[in-house]
Design a protein around this ligand. Sequence first.
Ligand code: PGA
Ligand code: MN
Length: 474
Amino acid sequence: MVLIMGRKTKIIVSIGPASNDINIILSMIKAGADGIRLNFAHGTHEDKLQTIKSVRTIENKLGVKIPIIGDLQGPTIRIGEVIEPFIVKKGQEVSIKLSSSSKGEGVIPLPIKKVYESLDEGDMIVLGGGAITCQVYKVMHNEIKLLVLNDGVIKSRMTFVIKNKDVDLPALTKKDLDDITFCIKNNVDYIALSYVRKAEDIKLLRDYLEDKNAEDIWIIAKIETRSAVNNIKEIARYADAILIARGDLGMYFPLEKIPLMQKRIVEISLEEGKPSILATQLLESMVEKPIPTRAEIVDVMNAVMQGVDSLLLADETAIGKYPVESVKWLAKIICEAEEEARKRKIERGYSKDKILTGSPYDRLVAGLAFLAELINAKIVAFTRTGTTARRISKFRPFTQIYIGTPYIRRARQLMIYWGVKPFYIAESDPEKAFSSMKRILINLGEMGYGDLIVYLAGMRPKATDIARIEVIRE
Ligand code: PGA
Ligand code: MN
């Protein structure tokens, strides 16, 4: 078994044409990748199956636990088929028609009635992820007139976003349901829900998973719409993890709002004790170049200092020229940032006031996490539901955090948590688990004579009420 030493903030990589190869995935894992994302907005089930097989093979070979995240496409709005793609120029007029296709010739086909009907004069429309921006200036009963604000080309199936507006589309599309079935069948560990708007969207997926006896798959809420930002507290309470999707956030909000929004989402996730994952453009320039920009390094460093649990590489590893180098760079920047965070003891995820309002279990864990750090003890915990792991990670102790769990999937899921080194342990009794974890960790050279251990576990699900301190005398 390999347990990663040192680094606390985790790295998740997206697999795509540039990396869907067992040797590249292996190199990325060895360079520091802790989790894998399958992006259902691109590629086929066949590609994804190949990735899953590679990851599980690597898992067995290295003896590590690697979480796989199935990221659903969600209700993305796309225009219809444009038979003849056409060039548009700034200041030109084009129109939108409710239709699944158009010949081209200045007509953008929009196939979704609800979206068509929600358009109002003055609305700003972003096509193709920012390639073209238009403004609605006249809404008529059979067509909508737009003014083009920059030059570009209108092509089939471009994404369509109405800035400042969320259209109330069903949270799960037919494609999403097919992809969820695939995720369940192939033992994916997390499902990421795109364009979440409210806590009920998560409940809908949770109920669906429960219905299929797959409630053990955890749900990541992607925060990328205006409603999600407004409902962030409630969403963080219901979801198992939060993903800050800066790409789409930048479609719905002015870009200059993103930095503080990111900071706030990280803080709320910490308060709720849910891991946060930061995504998009972390090392974007590395899609083309082997070295990141100065600004990218500063961005990543700030995110680590803010207290994110995981950083997610997207294009860098999915379609970039340097997938392995991107992981290496991310790991390097994280280590540097954590060194500083450790020294300055900043952003610890809690304050005394907040702890005092927490549950008795939270307070016990906060106190022991603090103690462990003071006396330089290693934390060894046992968890079934994952709650004890979440409680420990939330308080961000800069000491080793080993978490044993009797479920393989749980061990994988805990891998995205800040600082947690999860492993599978075939025990159901906490005391027995403690002694076999100690044995395993001593054999691995992770601890030895004279080391202090703080043990934590819960007697019942969701409780943390067993605590002990031991000095190793062997
Ligand atoms: P996506 O999500 O890559 O699935 O669009 C991330 C983002 O929007 O930033
Ligand atoms: Mn997105």
